[in-house]
Every structure is written in structure tokens, then in C-alpha cells.
Design a protein around this ligand. Structure first.
Ligand SMILES: [Cu+2]
Length: 186
């Protein structure tokens, strides 16, 4: 028991160390990890151990579950301002299909939530209940059904710790229950 706890802690330290040093050392392992999460754009750039690449930033991972009861399992998601990018994993732990109990995870300023949801309802299921190219959307996942998982990765650049952000599901009728606060901690 003690041994397992210790080894977990050790892994945590190693991961932190790799994250902290990857910007300087540009280790192949770290570079590979960040490449798999996004489509490779410009092969020429990835060959260079450049200090200015967009891939060097610290990625912080968040996980949230949703279910057949029209609920997220968290009312609050918190990230440190030192995270340059956020990878959010949404899991639908229910069984109902997307057309009946679809869920997505959408991030906007709190003030934009109502308008984004209304525009999404008009856009319909074929658009994942989101207005395509809605500039108010900071990040969004695809709409998923029971048993599915989806991931979105986005930059925290331009977001402010003092601003109020909300995440929510835009499936019609879900926003009342399926919403929470997204908090950036300085
Ligand atoms: Cu939903």
C-alpha cells in the first residue's frame, strides 16, 4: 500500500519535472506528446528545436463527466494562470444516444452564455447545437452520446483571471443544470 502511494508520488514528480524542463531541454518525448494532440501543421517547423514554437507551452489537463441525468459531475473547473494550454476531456458516462441526451462542453465569458446557447438551438443538431464560427466561443467539444469521450485543447492566451467564464452544454434544455464556473487562478 505504502509502496503504491510512494510510486504515484514519484511519477507526479517526474511528470512535473519533464513539464518544467521541456521548454529548455526540448526532449523528444515531450515534443512527441504535444504533437499527438493536434494535427501537425508545417512539417518544417517540427524538425527545429525552436524556442518560439507554439508547442512548448505547459498543457494542463481537466476532466469532467456527464451522464443520462443531464448533469456534469463538477460545478467548477480551476486552472492555474501558468497553464499556457488546457486539454479538457469530456466523458459521457450514460447510455442514451446523442439525439436524446447529447452533451458538449462549451466555454464562453459568463455574459455570452445565454446568447451562445440561443444561437446554438437555432443551429440545430447537425451543427452540434452551436452556431458555426461563433466568435464568442472560447473553446468547444463535439456533441457526444452515452459511452463516448471527446477532447478539446485550447490556449489560455487572452483570457483574464479577473474575468468571469462559464462552461455549459448547449443541447436544448440542458444549460439550466449543465453549467459551471471556469476559474483561472493567479
Ligand atoms: Cu447536455
Amino acid at each position: 500500500m505504502t509502496v503504491r502511494i510512494m510510486s504515484k508520488a514519484t511519477i507526479g514528480v517526474v511528470v512535473t519535472f519533464v513539464l518544467a524542463t521541456s521548454a529548455h531541454a526540448n526532449k523528444p518525448a515531450a515534443a512527441k506528446q504535444s504533437e499527438t494532440s493536434k494535427p501537425s501543421a508545417g512539417a518544417a517547423q517540427t524538425n527545429k528545436p525552436a524556442k518560439t514554437t507554439k508547442s512548448a507551452g505547459k498543457v494542463c489537463e481537466l476532466r469532467i463527466n456527464s451522464n443520462d441525468m443531464m448533469q456534469f459531475d463538477k460545478k467548477k473547473l480551476t486552472v492555474a494562470a501558468t497553464c499556457q494550454r488546457v486539454r479538457l476531456v469530456l466523458h459521457h458516462t450514460g447510455k442514451l444516444p446523442k439525439a436524446a441526451m447529447g452533451h458538449n462542453w462549451v466555454l464562453t465569458k459568463a455574459a455570452d452564455k445565454t446568447a451562445v446557447v440561443a444561437a446554438g438551438v437555432s443551429a440545430g443538431l447537425k451543427n452540434g447545437y452551436l452556431l458555426p464560427d461563433d466568435k464568442r466561443i472560447i473553446a468547444k467539444t463535439t456533441m457526444i452520446g452515452g459511452g463516448e469521450k471527446t477532447t478539446v485543447e485550447f490556449s489560455l492566451a487572452g483570457l483574464q483571471a479577473q474575468e468571469s467564464y462559464n462552461y455549459f452544454c448547449t443541447f436544448p434544455g440542458h444549460v439550466g443544470l449543465m453549467t459551471g464556473e471556469f476559474i483561472i487562478i493567479k
